[in-house]
Design a protein around this ligand. Sequence first.
Ligand SMILES: *[C@@H]1O[C@H](CO)[C@@H](O)[C@H](O)[C@H]1NC(C)=O
Ligand SMILES: *[C@@H]1O[C@H](CO)[C@@H](O)[C@H](O)[C@H]1NC(C)=O
Length: 268
Amino acid sequence: MAARITATILPILSLLLLLAGTGAADDDKAFVYAGCSQGRYDAGTQYESGVDSVLTSLANSAPYSPYANTTSPSAAAPVAGLYQCRSDLAAAVCSGCVRSAISRLSSLCSWSTGGAVQLHDCFVRYGNDSFVGKPNTAVLFKKCGGSPGDAGGVAMRDSALGALAAAAAPAGGGYRAGGSGGVQAMSQCVGDLDAKACSDCVSAAAAQLKAGCGSATAGEVYLGKCYARFWSNGGGFASSDAVHGERLFLAVAGGFFASVVYFSLVLA
Ligand SMILES: *[C@@H]1O[C@H](CO)[C@@H](O)[C@H](O)[C@H]1NC(C)=O
Ligand SMILES: *[C@@H]1O[C@H](CO)[C@@H](O)[C@H](O)[C@H]1NC(C)=O
């Protein structure tokens, strides 16, 4: 019953439970957001076996690669899926994160034709709406936190984020990291983006953080095909350790694609 109410109300209101966990973001499997399509499929259909086979295939690929995409064998009910781990992670960490993400997807988006979940260090998405290989800079989730910093910290943040957007595409994955003074930053693109599309996505993410995080000492923003984070390591901002437990504001926007509504909540 509760699940049915949620599935009905969320699409109508186009929104969203917001919550931040305390300390949970230190965990690579910490929940960030998830979204499920309004479209549903029935038990016992080819679509159901397609979703099962796609999610199984993704879980099986994760020990070997930080990114993979796959499609179901059935041409009549095609389902595609992909995952992306932070591409500097150890294979075992990636694999554990993807398995956890799939398990979250299976419970949060059961019977939805499409769904996506972002954990702290990995992203998994499936569906039949031809999303693989397509750029997507829709803002899905944004969070800023920490204590208000000062102008020097803001300048360092802008510099650190600018360096990410300008960085050459790294070999073997879309992970970029850098810093400026007391501010560190990182970004990760989904592996189906080419270098140019990745840079465009990271630029859009950086612009969101610069425009939307005021003088917060940490922030993170998740777009359709990339995310970026910045945080103070204590050298420039007044305080650095509050981001995971507090927030100045938290925003979620729909628009991944028309039929999907995003929600974010902390499940313990
Ligand atoms: C996706 O699958 C659902 C369920 O089979 C179907 O109703 C819908 O039309 C499909 N969408 C596309 C874009 O094929
Ligand atoms: C999807 O995966 C196949 C191999 O599994 C790969 O050749 C192809 O480049 C991938 N496509 C995208 C858009 O990532």
